[in-house]
Design a protein around this ligand. Structure first.
Ligand SMILES: N[C@@H](CCC(=O)N[C@@H](CS)C(=O)NCC(=O)O)C(=O)O
Length: 186
């Protein structure tokens, strides 16, 4: 198997965590935005190639990896909700970062980006009110959340000062060597 991605992408990081957890054999190939635009029809990372199988989304990749080792991925409804709510907030955050990077457009110049910014804030508030694991291992949804928080802080997009439950979850995630080993780096 080959996983294509970057060392900064939170979606790719979740897949790198899964590869370390499952100990599946897979080559990691670092690619940039130009290469992902040619390699993947979605022009995004991650991309997983397993013989004839080509998977273009982190959720299908994670489902495949855990299936290979006989484990399910996201089976509980509350977990599914947390996972997708986190992804919605994460997508909004990625949107803000990429529009600033590619086009120099920031929220103060765009009505829709202001809506995205508000979505991040209200999403974080709602997620902060949920109940999380107090010890490792984290659930898959909590892992996605911790990966998102770590990336958004790395990109200076959020602060957790007003979100103690989120800070506590991130602190717990950081006691996991696989989590720290996969931290975003340029
Ligand atoms: N739904 C996708 C999202 C992947 C995604 O947004 N990846 C970003 C990197 S963090 C990307 O490649 N963006 C390139 C672009 O938007 O052109 C997944 O879960 O894999």
């Amino acid at each position: 198997m080959e996983l294509y991605g970057s060392y900064t992408s939170p979606f790719v990081r979740h897949c790198r965590i899964a590869l370390l957890q499952t100990e599946l054999e897979c080559e990691f190939l670092e690619i940039d935005a130009t290469q992902s635009a040619t390699l993947s029809p979605t022009k995004k990372v991650p991309l997983l190639v397993d013989c004839e199988l080509k998977l273009t989304d982190s959720t299908s990749i994670l489902t495949h990896l855990y299936e290979l080792v006989g484990e399910g991925f996201l089976t509980d409804l509350e977990e599914v909700e947390l996972y997708h709510m986190t992804n919605t907030v994460l997508d909004a955050c990625v949107n803000l970062v990429l529009l600033a990077k590619f086009d120099g457009i920031t929220a103060d110049q765009s009505v829709y980006l202001t809506r995205q910014k508000d979505r991040i804030q209200s999403g974080l508030e709602a997620i902060n009110n949920k109940t999380f694991s107090q010890a490792l291992p984290l659930t898959q949804a909590e892992t996605r959340l911790a990966v998102f928080l770590d990336w958004a802080i790395f990109r200076n997009q959020i602060s957790l000062d007003a979100f103690p439950a989120l800070q506590q979850l991130l602190d717990l995630a950081q006691t996991d060597p696989i989590f720290t080993q996969t931290a975003p780096k340029e």
